[in-house]
Design a protein around this ligand. Structure first.
Ligand code: SF4
Ligand code: SF4
Length: 358
């Protein structure tokens, strides 16, 4: 592993943080390997994830942890635009359509790919600047980027001081304000705390070098879970399947959570089926109920825009190949989302709609 000396480390740290700010990440920070390694090791042990050998993490250096605040909604891409790309039209319907099944707000555009693209921009911007200034060069392909990954993204975000965990088990992120950090006198000053939002997608970028202990990085203000929750119980009351519980620590019961079943066609408890509502994918009811759920109405992505509502009857009759083609490039274009699970979800929506109307 390459350790940058103090001057080079400082140049790279400043450059990466400025690049993250310029690409409009809501919150971000750098972690030395000595800080992120125990978090990943503990997760690996708990989850039997074998991350170290799989990704050859010995070669990874410091880590940029970042969160992007997504938009409250995304319009589905037009049929004409999709046809130009060889993709079929989306079975999009309005929210009030009696056959509408819903997609979580975080998946209405491909915010995962948006985050990856913005992390790639950061690597490219810093590398180009390093080249122009004759600094040590690390090609962007050595900057390893992950989103929606097997890494403990939430735990790493907390370790980086990016926010806290709410009763719904999700990160409530604190906006990074590096005002004063980059001028020499103010370097190391505490970043401002100008806002919070749980409408974020997390991303990781492992760097091909590490910072020496002499290089000052932004402070990490570690927050305890529930630091912002107080006596609030909004998410617990909103959850239709009672997967959340009031407790001293976040108490989330995965086996009762609708989202836990949306991507897999296996069995599910009857209580979850009964509480299903109209989810196709991405239950975010507990997230939307949170007073800290503040999407960014200025956020934009041209990637994978599928909108929020599909015709459940159309989805329930699509073949595997049709579903895969239709969802290509979207946030639902994931290996672990089984086409049969989506058809089953759509059938559940239709059944519950039918029961409600009789
Ligand atoms: S994702 Fe849905 S089912 Fe799961 S805890 Fe939140 S509201 Fe409940
Ligand atoms: S809804 Fe209330 S209790 Fe739940 S995460 Fe948000 S602030 Fe915490």
């Amino acid at each position: 592993m390459i350790y940058l000396d103090e001057a080079a480390g400082r140049w790279y740290a400043d450059g990466i943080l400025q690049a993250a700010a310029s690409r409009h990440f809501y919150t971000f920070n750098l972690l030395r390997k000595e800080t992120w390694e125990p978090v990943v090791r503990a997760w690996e042990t708990e989850m039997h994830a074998e991350l170290w050998s799989r990704y050859q993490l010995d070669n990874f250096g410091a880590l940029l942890v970042a969160a992007f605040r997504y938009a409250p909604d995304a319009l589905p891409e037009s049929s004409a635009s999709r046809a130009e790309r060889g993709l079929p039209a989306l079975p999009a319907v309005s929210e009030t359509d009696s056959r509408a099944c819903s997609i979580g707000r975080f998946a209405r555009a491909n915010w995962y790919h948006e985050v990856l693209a913005r992390l790639s921009d950061c690597a490219r911007l810093v590398t180009e600047e390093a080249k122009s200034q004759g600094k040590a060069l690390f090609p962007p392909r050595q900057w390893h980027r992950f989103v929606n990954s097997k890494f403990p993204e939430k735990a790493l975000a907390i370790a980086a001081g990016l926010g806290t965990i709410g009763r719904n088990g999700l990160v409530i992120a604190r906006r990074t304000d590096l005002t004063g950090f980059f001028d020499n006198a103010g370097r190391g000053a505490t970043a401002g705390e100008a806002g919070w939002s749980s409408a974020v997608v997390l991303g990781l970028m492992f760097l091909p070098f590490d910072f020496s202990p002499e290089t000052s990085l932004p402070p990490r203000n570690i927050l305890q879970p529930l630091a912002l929750c107080g006596s609030c119980t909004s998410c617990i009351r909103a959850c239709p399947s009672r997967a959340l519980e009031f407790s001293e620590v976040p108490a989330y019961h995965r086996e009762s959570c609708i989202q836990n079943y949306t991507s897999s066609a296996g069995l599910m408890p009857e209580s979850v089926q009964k509480a299903w509502g109209r989810q196709l994918y991405g239950c975010d009811i507990c997230l939307e109920a949170c007073p800290w759920f503040k999407p960014d109405s200025a956020a934009r992505s041209a990637l994978g825009c599928i909108g929020g509502f599909f015709d459940a009857a159309a989805i329930s009759e699509m073949s595997d190949d049709q579903l895969k083609l239709m969802l290509k490039g979207s946030a639902l274009d994931q290996k672990w989302i089984e086409p049969e699970a989506l058809r089953r979800n759509a059938r559940l929506v239709l059944q519950q709609r039918g029961s409600a109307e009789t």
